[in-house]
Design a binder for this molecule. Sequence first.
Ligand SMILES: C[S@@+](CC[C@H](N)C(=O)[O-])C[C@H]1O[C@@H](n2cnc3c(N)ncnc32)[C@H](O)[C@@H]1O
Length: 351
Amino acid sequence: MEEKHQRRVRYKGTHPRNYKEKYKELQPEKYGETVQKVMQKGGTPAGMHISICVKEILDFLEIKPGQKGLDATLGYGGHSSKMLECLTAEKVEGSHLYALDIDPIEIVKTTERLRAKGYGADVLTILKMNFADIDQVAAQAGKFDFILADLGVSSMQIDNPDRGFSYKTEGPLDLRLNPEKGISAAERLKKVDQEELTGMLIENADEPYAAEIAKAVVTTLKRGGVIETTTQLRNVIEETLAFIPAAERKEAVKKSCQRTFQALRIDVNNEYEVLYAFLEKLPNVLAPGGRVAILTFHSGEDRLVKKSFQRLYKEGIYSDICKDVIRPSAEECIRNSRAKSTKMRWAIRGE
Ligand SMILES: C[S@@+](CC[C@H](N)C(=O)[O-])C[C@H]1O[C@@H](n2cnc3c(N)ncnc32)[C@H](O)[C@@H]1O
């Protein structure tokens, strides 16, 4: 049977709200002007990710042609592109960037984008791998002169409602960086008991209403209610916080939704476990004098990085670490509101 032609969803006026209506932003090669307009207003165009602290990272990493580096979190490939520009500024044998990501959906698009920019297999190797396995990459590639990890999720992942990362848009409650592995957040909620869920909300996101939200979720599911979508979870949170005075409720619900989604995302992706494994393996995959920079987006991640760098510095394994956390400039935060919570830390491997 002939397939019925589907009309493309029309761009609604000048302010499209729905992800699928933003087809112009999703094709930056074709609609460059639209993309520029969104960026000028401090927004991130749909399907794109604006790299954070690029200057601070490049200033610290001091990348030179002939070096071997690793981008542990490829994402849109923004940082990788900049690192490749430094590596290929002169033609020197051995210049190579390895880049990892666990997202099977975005990695394909980013690979295409970087290959189209002219970065072939001679200078760039992209691997669908968890950065917890950096030792396996180093076993093949050798030790690295520089490493970058820009943790968390990309804007492409947050903005795509099919991935379920945002409480703001309706979609399946999934939240997996690799939807081909593990279980979705909706499945996870069916398995946890009230105590475990309370602990998860406190440990992963410092949620002040953890006990109330956990009780409501578990009771809803026990009574045959369904929490399969982002909106269904948001509704449960909203109902739970109905006791908050009206004037403060909207903001409180927003914050609790953000924290609850963050806690679930950390849980279904084992984010603390993989970060811990990465930090433990780092010294063995860095060449003497090798440099590592890490961007984090919440206090739990930053604490792990800080503790690991401080301990390994005291043990003499790192020859230097940043004394204070580095923050994106105020100007960068205006240009890119998603940079606001970023913290950068660095370390240098002893000789
Ligand atoms: C903030 S984005 C990186 C953006 C990138 N620096 C850029 O400039 O486009 C984080 C990326 O790391 C990936 N990621 C998160 N945890 C990972 C892990 N354990 N192993 C590999 N990739 C991971 C996510 O899938 C996402 O694409």
